[in-house]
Design a protein around this ligand. Sequence first.
Ligand SMILES: C[S@@+](CC[C@H](N)C(=O)[O-])C[C@H]1O[C@@H](n2cnc3c(N)ncnc32)[C@H](O)[C@@H]1O
Length: 251
Amino acid sequence: MSHESEFKYFENMAHWSFDEYGIHEVCLTDWDLYGLLKSYAGPDSRILDLGTAGGEKILEFFPDCAEILGTDYSPSMIDTARANLAASGRKNISFKVMDNLNMDVPEGHFDIVVARHTCTDPVQILKCLKPGGHLLIRGVDKHDCWNLKLIMGGGQGWNEPVPVSIVDYENVLKAGFADVELVPIHTREYFKDRETFKTFLEAVPILIDVAIEGSPLDDDLLDRYIAANTVNGMIVLYRRYYGLTARKPVS
Ligand SMILES: C[S@@+](CC[C@H](N)C(=O)[O-])C[C@H]1O[C@@H](n2cnc3c(N)ncnc32)[C@H](O)[C@@H]1O
């Protein structure tokens, strides 16, 4: 997907919510982004959330502290985030439009940078962190829903020569971060019926280039996947994410 069409995709998703799909999620591993964030943050912390979308994760999971800035390159997402903030009554939180790849934030300012399911430039992130500051990334890995992608013949990450988790890991090390750890995250998502599952797949980027930008989702292939991956009446998606922690060296 081109940079421009990805931007348009997110601009049109400013009011997205996954609640309507009634997904039951089971996590098989124990890397917990928000648990780590709470363990690193204190009342004086300054936190930057890159690719914040409508700020939903900040408002629900980020701890109260001195400053939280949420940024996104989509102006519609930032409008939604500001409306969500006003309704929440939370303090010390602001949002602004910013491209993660062309960051416009003060140097050496933040204690923690969070980037969940968005792109990053570790060199620019390192600059805006205080010495000793933490970077927390969670991403969708190449082999996310791989058994579905094999049946469909493509999807997000299909043509990546190196999984994005490894690219991130190498770039974070190369930027000069210390204490870099890359951890796989495995979850299973259960869907109650075919219609909900199909609507979900047509709305999210998992099958990008196959079911969103290209032709509509192929019903025969979908049925083949469902037949092979239904457990106790529920359709299962095998999700593969990754968590990455790193720290800016003190000197
Ligand atoms: C999948 S959503 C993740 C939202 C949120 N972080 C979460 O975990 O729910 C990805 C977000 O990253 C934003 N995004 C993608 N590329 C970006 C870029 N280059 N600069 C800033 N934001 C970007 C999109 O607009 C979208 O809101």
